[in-house]
Design a protein around this ligand. Structure first.
Ligand SMILES: Cc1ncc(COP(=O)(O)O)c(C=O)c1O
Length: 412
């Protein structure tokens, strides 16, 4: 298991006080905090070897290029991919999905084709497919959820058909915490000749990941949710798929030769990284990956199951609290959405913030799911490697204490 007390010393922001109270950061599904090694790595790039990459012959450029490419290799290992050329850096998960929709989607989705999504997708894995479907006269098909927030796999087996060209699903829901049976969905997709895209924005930071084990065709995720800096996303695709995809953005770096009237594109992965990339943040992402590898992703997952179990048990004891998603902590991640009586989730968030506790409230970029749940929004507490049971206790106490204030708010 994790030595959380020791881990906490690595995160400078956890020394902060908010509204006179020690910060309790439970908004990790939105973005994680950063350890000192990541912050130091960023500063060291700018202080010691800031230069553009891939095109310089001087020492600084060579150092920056090799640090940038080293991150690609670390990402490859982290997700169990065979080749680093199939790893493309983007700005975030959203951009990675848009890249797939524009490039692969426009080359492969035709009128009458079906794109299968789950009913719990983040807008980032929904709107790009809506736009593509509208443009191509294709159809979106939704995998519905069971009462406890799991994908209805019997229905999935019927809905994934010869018309399906792509199944695009989250690895872990950012609202319900549900862990999706990705490899089973991959089998259903592949049996019908379709591809599967896994949105790993919530999964990759919190559990061991292997593209080989999941048997997926695309995996996307963001480094800022896994201790890394903002501004770095990853698109992994099977190399033969990426090889066949037309460029997304064009310009510098993605070419090997340009004439007045034609162009020869660069090799993978640089063909999909036009222009100067986010060099500093990609380099600092190495430190985040090293940090997680040292902790061990099995240990991260075990810690979060413990946190989820503890928080779910505590929430169930508070009258008026409704928790969404699987009740079994092993079927979910440590992201817990809930409502409290009739109180608006924003009010819950505000009251907890008065006590230094940071949670999120709203639709969590999942408006269709909110409609299915028949709520305007939820409050959401999400945990990571530096969170403790004492913090869960403080969160539950604050919720109980807030009862009176909330009672007044509810009567407004
Ligand atoms: C499941 C899921 N997919 C996609 C995203 C989008 O990630 P980003 O904002 O880094 O592009 C998020 C962000 O919260 C998410 O939770």
């Amino acid at each position: 298991m994790l030595d959380v007390a020791k881990i906490r010393q690595d995160f400078p922001v956890l020394e902060r006080r908010v509204n006179g109270k020690p910060l309790i950061y439970l908004d990790n599904a939105a973005t994680s905090q950063k350890p000192a090694c990541v912050i130091d790595s960023l500063a060291s790039y700018y202080r010691e070897y800031n230069a553009n990459i891939h095109r310089g012959l001087h020492t600084l450029s060579e150092e920056a290029t090799s640090a940038y490419e080293e991150t690609r290799e670390k990402v490859r290992e982290f997700i169990g991919a065979a080749e680093s050329r199939s790893i493309v850096f983007t700005r975030n998960t959203t951009e990675a999905i848009n890249l797939i929709a524009y490039s692969w989607g426009r080359a492969n989705i035709l009128a009458g084709d079906e794109i299968v999504l789950s009913a719990m997708e983040h807008h980032s894995n929904l709107v790009p497919w809506q736009l593509l479907a509208a443009e191509r006269d294709a159809r979106l098909v939704y995998l519905e959820l069971t009462a406890d927030g799991q994908i209805d796999m019997e229905l999935a087996a019927r809905l994934i058909s010869t018309k399906t060209k792509l199944v695009a699903v989250t690895m872990m829901s950012n609202v319900l915490g549900t862990v999706t049976p990705v490899s089973e969905l991959a089998r259903l997709a592949h049996n019908q000749g379709a591809l599967i895209l896994v949105d790993g924005a919530q999964g990759v930071p919190h559990m061991p990941t292997s593209v080989a084990r999941m048997d997926c065709d695309f995996l996307v995720f963001s480094l800022h949710k896994m201790l890394g800096p903002t501004g770095v996303g990853v698109l992994w695709a099977r190399p033969e798929i990426l090889e066949a995809m037309p460029p997304f953005l064009s310009g510098g770096d993605m070419i090997s030769s340009v004439w007045r009237d034609r162009v020869k594109f660069n090799e993978l992965p640089w063909r999909f990284e036009a222009g100067t990339p986010n060099i500093a943040d990609v380099i600092a992402s190495s430190a985040a990956i090293d940090y997680l590898r040292t902790l061990g992703m099995e240990n991260v997952r075990a810690h979060e199951i413990e946190m989820a179990k503890y928080a779910l048990a505590g929430l169930q004891e508070i009258p008026g609290v409704t928790v969404y998603g699987p009740q079994d902590a092993t079927a979910r991640g440590a992201v817990i959405s809930f409502n409290f009586s009739e109180v608006h989730p924003h009010d819950i968030g505000q009251i907890l913030n008065d006590g230094g506790i940071a949670i999120r409230a709203g639709h969590h970029c999942c408006q269709p799911l909110m409609r299915d749940l028949k709520v305007a929004g939820t409050a959401r507490a999400s945990f990571y490697v530096y969170n403790t049971k004492e913090e869960v206790d403080a969160f539950l106490d604050a919720l109980k204490e807030a009862d009176k204030v909330m009672g007044h708010v509810a009567c407004r």
